[in-house]
Design a binder for this molecule. Structure first.
Ligand code: KPL
Length: 293
């Protein structure tokens, strides 16, 4: 049984995929629950009746998934902690970075999985999910467990292809670098991801990825600036027609994940003494916009 917290874009995407694959799931909905969900992909329109349930019951089986905004992760863990059985694996699926030590303290016995997916999805209306791109999913244990094959297989059915990694933190940092480039730049310049391929953004992309390379190296995570830069350019190309999540949040005057993206890089840089001036500048600019919401 997959217990999915939240019916945002990725929560609904998981429900849709579970429904398609005939897997047992329930969604603990936090937003208004439509009786039917229209799931649109490039070449299909499938209507599902999501299995929405209340949060009151104990969760003693399967896997508990948190496909939420980064800043909702800790409050959700606090809210559901007493309902999650001690052996139930908890999966965090979000953009940006959260305080992993704090999460492990709160979930003191549960196996914890962290994952990142490049699937593209957004909700155009409460009852309409648009799946804009099939992606890849990368996951790994935050608290060690040997049971990789089973969970990799499980997610291979839901967000395929899914690979399992021993060095998942390195992978999360690489994704963080992509978000530190695409999210603030698209939000501040009011552009689609693909427009960042223009020559005028090249030096900023180089600088952001260089700061993160220095930081990752100091944290003993293996990476080169060339790899981070090239990966960002690849994601820019692959998601060219998308508006980034931060762009959408700013346009809709919603809270962004700035603290968990550029803000996380800045705070880690301060902890280990690595300067991150451009990330800091972008962080401050987004913060300034948000304080006027
Ligand atoms: O994760 C994303 C986001 O928008 O938050 C990227 C990879 C930048 C795709 O839009």
């Amino acid at each position: 049984m997959f217990t999915i917290v939240g019916n945002g874009a990725i929560g609904n995407l998981l429900a849709f995929q579970c429904d398609n694959a005939n897997l047992d799931y329930r969604v603990i909905a936090r937003l208004p629950r439509p009786s039917k969900l229209n799931c649109k992909t490039n070449n299909s329109h499938i209507v599902i009746k999501p299995n929405y349930q209340s949060s009151q019951s104990m969760i003693n089986d399967g896997i508990f998934i948190l496909p939420l905004k980064a800043y909702q992760i800790m409050p959700a863990i606090e809210q559901f902690k007493s309902l999650i059985g001690p052996d139930v694996p908890v999966m965090l699926l979000h953009n940006g970075m959260v305080n992993h030590d704090l999460i492990l303290q709160h979930l003191d016995s549960n196996p914890v999985i962290v994952a990142t997916t490049s699937y593209g999805a957004f909700k155009s209306q409460t009852d309409t999910l648009n799946v804009t791109g099939m992606g890849i999913t990368q996951a790994g244990w935050l608290r060690d467990s040997d049971d990789n094959i089973y969970y990799q297989g499980l997610f291979e059915n839901v967000l395929p292809p899914c690979s399992w990694h021993k060095n998942i933190l390195e992978i999360l940092w690489r994704k963080l670098a992509v978000n530190c480039v695409i999210n603030p730049l698209t939000a501040l310049h009011n552009i689609k991801n693909g427009e960042l391929a223009a020559a005028e953004y090249r030096s900023q992309i180089t600088e952001i990825t260089l700061e993160i390379t220095n930081l990752m190296t100091e944290l003993r995570l293996s990476v080169t600036q060339k790899e981070l830069f090239e990966n960002c350019m690849l994601v820019i190309e692959k998601t060219a027609s998308n508006y980034s999540s931060m762009h959408q949040d700013i346009q809709k005057r919603r809270r962004t994940e700035n603290e968990n993206i550029s803000g996380y890089v800045v705070s880690q840089g301060e902890v280990v003494g690595i300067p991150t001036p451009l990330n800091e500048h972008l962080y401050q600019q987004i913060k300034k916009i948000e304080t006027h919401f």
